[in-house]
Design a protein around this ligand. Sequence first.
Ligand code: GCO
Ligand code: MN
Ligand code: MN
Length: 414
Amino acid sequence: MTLAAHEQHALVDRLMSACGGSYPPEIRRRFFISGPQWAAAYRGQALFHAPTREPVEPSDVIRHFSEIGIGWWTSHDTDIISPGELMTGKQDEILDSIATSLKQYGLQCSMVTGETFFSPVWAGSPAGEQPEVRAYAARRLENVVGIAHKLGARFVVYWPGTLGYQFQGIVDETVMLKRYADLINAACEKDLSLAHTRGTSTMRHCLEAKPFEPQAELILPTTDAMLGFIGSGLLKYPEMVGVNTEYLHELMWGGAPRAALARALVAGKLWHIDINDGYRLKHDVDLGVGLINPLDWLNVLVLLRAHGYSGPFNLDYKPARTTSNYGVFKVSFPTAVDRFITLWEIAGEVMTDPIINEATRALETGGGVADVNNPDAVFEGNKELWTLHELISHRLFQILLGQHRGRTFVDVKP
Ligand code: GCO
Ligand code: MN
Ligand code: MN
């Protein structure tokens, strides 16, 4: 039976409710999950794609997030203020109306970020040769900090966008790094002065890397590169600067996101995380969290829970181009939030699983070989223990599928 367009909402609603397993908004709000304005308002456009959705106003995004139970809202400066209106009186008006919507719907702004990739002015990067481009970039980042203070955010994110080049040998990378550091320094200084005047605390300034796109070569392509940059001596206030690691961006270069997060954790710099999913060594598809790599996501959340990560989880994904405006808030956002919470809960089960715990303890205790200078004896004395690596991995698979709770597939019907 064909379904006319006006009957299709009802089908989506019925199948969503048939899926079950959704959390009420009060539970969703307990998590530090933030919803980006740009993700909700993304219209499905790309280099080879015309838009498939209508624009959505910030106040509508905020209202929908509130209904879903997403307690925090994030935005680029230009998601809400057109470039010509930035740093004008109109900006203040817009921010006042956003603040009113946030208050009305019970949301908070957790993070503001600056657009340094879309405007033609960034064609040669925000830290290029021309002093006027860099001066404008500095004003934009300072303005982002101002917006963040005004909206009560605690985090500012910088994804440098076009910080790189298309052609080899046209820039001196060390100079570009120094110039980029000057921009971050200007933003930190603005923050220090605003915090001082307003009697509030300073922001957490978080650098986000992406390995490729939108330039051919980027000079800060990974979270590790960002950590190196923070410790390079180029930043005046390195203690104010940490990272925003995006799951997919670490996968894109072939890295293990969990290991990248771990390196940021041990550096004490993992302050913000963009949650999404996608494929290794492909472009930035920004799919919903857990749809492609649920087992890896489970393990990521085990690591973060085990180390008490308490920063935001920012839903930096793009609702699929095939999802309608209705579907964005009816299906895409609530299911992304619910997969995250489910994986979070399952991570708790992994952490208390008696089999994994006993296996891990046995591995940590070791075989008790007395002669540690004898590698053959050490190997022989431990070799049965190492089988537990594969057993733990199998157990993680079982826990992901709920087999540890009695879900069985033993009635095999060949
Ligand atoms: C991407 C980037 C962006 C940034 C955003 C915040 O996927 O293209 O991750 O979404 O997170 O610009 O600075
Ligand atoms: Mn991101
Ligand atoms: Mn991305």
